[in-house]
Structures are given as structure tokens and as C-alpha cells.
Design a protein around this ligand. Structure first.
Ligand code: GBH
Length: 450
């Protein structure tokens, strides 16, 4: 059945997203070096349930099957990431030809199926030698990252439609501040944030030079902050949360300066760095999962904490299920950054423990309900004037949910991690139908059915 409230303008891009560490497996195949996440997974007590990325979805060896799942969905765009240690194991210097060849097969396989490649340069896995040198706490990592990005653009720039420098620098900063449970907490959060942004800014002109026809952006995880009450402490806490999360990357990227508290920028940076970071972008990637309700707290590093939303359920990962607040975030974004580039929703998804029923089908109806409600918000925002050009579901496949291991499933396609069998879920069929019912002038630019 077509969904009249979910009709988008012709040319709107429909897609799904994944990330290398979460699906590829083949962790030491064909010359790949270990990543920071391999090292973390291989430590005792590393990831929940003893999970590793050694095999994951074995996407590396099942590429054709997964490309065909994409084609079967009818998506216009596929967002994937490149594993840095697969293509440049030491994080500098020598390139690994066999690793690069895998991404050639991926990109060419997408183009052969009429799907636009959206390439994330960095989705959290970096070569272990980079980690050993201090990771993002070390300013030199920004330069290493820009070299790496340029190398990818030299290789794939002729074929990749959209480039995303970084995925969710805020999540990288938070991981640095909380640390894996067995490691001492490192408090370099804001320094890490600045180096990530610097790496991004250094990469942008080099991507442009090598990939002149590609669009360049960055993906930020945004929430939208609501104060827990009217008490001034909570109102101030919500403002701090906005500064230390939603505005921490948006302001330097789009306005050339870090947000201020008590009349001081939360990160002191010189003019040269700020100019590098504010390099013009072709699009802004927005990852959205849940809004945040904020109260004052002395336990949080920045004086605030998330509190439960009364009367709102939570999902498997404890995040509030409030799709109706996606619209509030999009409205805030448009009001606060009127000169922002066009938006692509680069992730939106719902975690659950999906298992096949006795007939073998996976009825993930809560996911369908959630995604549909989120898309209604996107549609309303477009109607209201937001320039939103595309939408990607997280994720194509159930995969390795980082420290949470394999239990939370986000896929439109179920993966049995014992057999690696793929089974499209109800949400896959729903999304396919939604896409196929959209006005079609987006492929070949002809045959507009009006
Ligand atoms: C993304 O991160 C990642 O890009 C992706 O790799 C990952 O698999 C996917 O999303 C699913 O997790 O408890 O209310 O405070 C998600 C980033 C940031 C989303 C924190 C939820 C907090 C919810 N997350 N956010 S709450």
C-alpha cells in the first residue's frame, strides 16, 4: 500500500547505511592490519558477550549477495565506510592493494546496480599504530587522516558520488572520555574533538582536488535538547548539553567558531585552525536516533545528565522512543543554521532483538512503526522548507553494535550469526515498497511520471 503522507520530492535519495568494522569481518585477511577496535575486542572483557569483528557479517566474502540485497531494496544510495587499516595498515605510507581492490569491487558493484556510493572515510576504526601514537588525542592524527582521505579520493574519486569525512565525531569524543571499562578514563575529550575537526578540515580541500565531481560532507549525531523542568539549573544544563553536543561540531563547521559558555569558547583555537575547520561543505549528514531530556548534575563532566522521559518508552538500548521529536531537531537546525548546506539523513534506525518466528519470517513491526514515524517528521520538515535531500536507514544488515556486541539488531535484513544466512525482515519489504511508490525521475533523469 502506498503511504500518501510519505511521498517525497522527485530526486530525493533513498538509502541504507553500514560501517566497515560492524559488517566486514576478514579482520586480518589480504594484508589488513589490526584496528583500535580489533585490539579492544580481543582484550579480555572487550566487547559484550566476547564479541569481535573477526567475522561479523563476513560481508568481505559475501559482497555479491549483499549487493544483490541492496538492488532488491531499490535504494538509490548506499552509505558504507572504508576500513583504514585494511587499505593503509600502518596509518601512513604504504597502501594495501588487496584491501583497495575490495572497495573497487564494492563501488563498481554499486554502480553496476545503479546505486550511488556514499563513502565514509572514517567510521571509528583506525590502524593500531595510530592508536599507539595517541589516537585522536595526538594532533598529528589529523594530518595522517587527511593523507589517508586524499589517497582514497585519488583511487575512488572518479566513481564515488558523496564523501563523508567523519562519522559522529561526538561519539568518538565520548568514547575517549568514558573509555573502555578496563582502561583508565582519558579526559582528553575536547582535545579529541578539536583534532577530529582539524582532520576533517584538512581533508576537505584534498578530497575536492582528487574528486572534483564528488559532494563532500560530514555526519554528526544530533539529539535535540529539552530541559527536564523549568528550574533554572535544568534550563542551564540543557543549554550546556546543547553546547557540548549538538553545537560543538556544528558551530565551528558552519559558523567558524566554537560555541561559548560564560563568554569563552569551550575550545580555545587559533584563527588558522578555525579557518581550516570551516571549509565549505556540500552537505551536512545528520544521524538521528533519539532526543535528550536534560537535568543538572554534578556527576557529568560538563554538569548535566540525561534523565528518563516520563510516559515515554525506551528501546533495547535504553534510548527514548520519541520519533515525533525528530521534527523538533530539524526545525532547530534550520532556525539556528539558516546558511547550512543541504541535509542528508545519513542514519536513522531502531534496535531490537529480532528473531525469526516458526515460519522463518522476521516481523519487526516496531521498527517499521518507528521508521515510518521518523520519516513523517522528515517529510513535514521538507514541507516546511528544510532542504533535506536524502535518507538512509541504519542499517542494511544486523551487525556488530560496537561495545554492545551482536544482541542489538538494527538491520532490515536479519543475519544468523551462526550460519551467516541473510533473511530480509518485514521492514525490508516495507522500505522496498515505500521507495518503489515514490515519484520516479531520479534515475536517468528521464521518465518523470509526475
Ligand atoms: C551510530 O551511533 C553509529 O554511527 C553506528 O555505527 C551505530 O551502529 C548506530 O548509530 C546504532 O547505535 O541513551 O538516550 O542518551 C549511535 C550514536 C549516540 C545514538 C548516543 C544514541 C544516545 C541515546 N548514539 N545516543 S540516550
Amino acid at each position: 500500500m502506498s503511504e500518501p503522507d510519505l511521498l517525497f520530492p522527485p530526486g530525493f535519495r533513498w538509502g541504507v547505511a553500514t560501517a566497515a568494522f560492524q559488517i566486514e569481518g576478514a579482520w586480518d585477511a589480504d594484508g589488513k592490519g589490526p584496528s583500535n577496535w580489533d585490539t579492544r575486542a580481543h582484550r579480555p572483557g572487550g566487547l559484550a558477550g566476547g564479541a569481535t569483528g573477526d567475522v561479523a557479517c563476513d560481508h568481505y566474502h559475501r559482497l555479491t549477495e549483499d549487493l544483490d540485497l541492496l538492488a532488491g531494496l531499490g535504494v538509490d544510495s548506499y552509505r558504507f565506510s572504508v576500513s583504514w587499516p585494511r587499505v593503509q595498515p600502518a596509518g601512513r605510507g604504504r597502501w594495501n592493494g588487496r584491501g583497495l581492490a575490495f572497495y573497487d569491487r564494492l563501488v563498481d558493484g554499486l554502480l553496476a546496480r545503479d546505486i550511488e556510493p556514499m563513502l565514509t572515510v572514517y567510521h571509528w576504526d583506525h590502524p593500531q599504530p595510530i592508536e599507539d601514537a595517541g589516537g585522536w588525542a595526538d594532533r598529528d592524527t589529523a594530518a595522517r587522516f587527511a593523507d589517508y582521505a586524499e589517497g582514497l579520493a585519488a583511487r575512488f574519486g572518479d566513481r564515488v558520488t558523496r564523501w563523508i569525512t567523519l562519522n559522529e565525531p561526538l561519539s568518538v569524543m565520548h568514547a575517549e572520555m568514558t573509555g573502555p571499562p578496563e582502561a583508565p578514563v582519558r579526559r582528553h575529550g575536547l582535545r579529541v574533538a578539536h583534532h577530529l575537526l582539524l582532520g576533517h578540515g584538512l581533508a576537505v580541500p584534498r578530497l575536492r582536488a582528487q574528486a572534483p565531481h564528488g559532494e563532500i560532507g560530514i555526519s554528526l549525531n544530533l539529539a535535540g535538547m529539552t530541559a527536564a523542568g523549568e528550574h533554572p539549573h535544568d534550563v542551564a544544563a540543557a543549554a550546556r548539553a546543547e553546547v557540548y553536543e549538538d553545537r560543538l561540531f556544528l558551530d565551528p563547521l558552519l559558523r567558524g567558531e566554537y560555541p561559548r559558555l560564560d563568554d569563552r569558547p569551550v575550545i580555545e583555537a587559533d584563527d588558522a585552525d578555525r579557518a581550516v575547520i570551516a571549509a565549505p561543505l556540500d552537505f551536512l549528514g545528520v544521524n538521528w536516533y533519539a532526543p535528550a531530556r536534560i537535568a543538572a548534575s554534578t556527576s557529568g563532566v560538563f554538569g548535566y545528565t540525561r534523565v528518563p522521559w516520563p510516559g515515554t518508552s525506551t528501546n533495547l538500548l535504553g534510548w527514548p522512543v520519541a520519533p515525533e521529536l525528530f521534527g523538533a531537531l530539524l526545525t532547530w537546525l534550520r532556525a539556528r543554521y539558516p546558511d547550512a548546506p543541504p541535509i542528508h539523513v545519513t542514519e536513522n534506525g531502531f534496535p531490537a532483538v529480532d528473531e525469526p518466528d516458526v515460519t522463518g519470517s522476521v516481523q519487526d513491526l516496531r521498527r517499521v512503526t518507528y521508521l515510518r514515524a521518523c520519516l513523517r517528521e522528515v517529510s513535514a520538515a521538507v514541507e516546511a522548507g528544510s532542504d533535506i535531500r536524502g535518507y538512509h536507514v541504519w542499517s542494511l544488515l544486523d551487525n556488530l553494535e560496537w561495545e554492545h556486541g551482536y544482541r542489538p539488531r538494527f538491520g532490515l535484513v536479519h543475519v544468523d550469526f551462526a550460519t551467516l544466512a541473510r533473511t530480509p525482515k518485514a521492514s525490508y519489504r516495507w522500505y522496498r515498497q515505500l521507495i518503489s511508490g515514490q515519484p520516479r525521475d531520479r534515475k536517468e533523469g528521464s521518465a518523470c511520471s509526475g
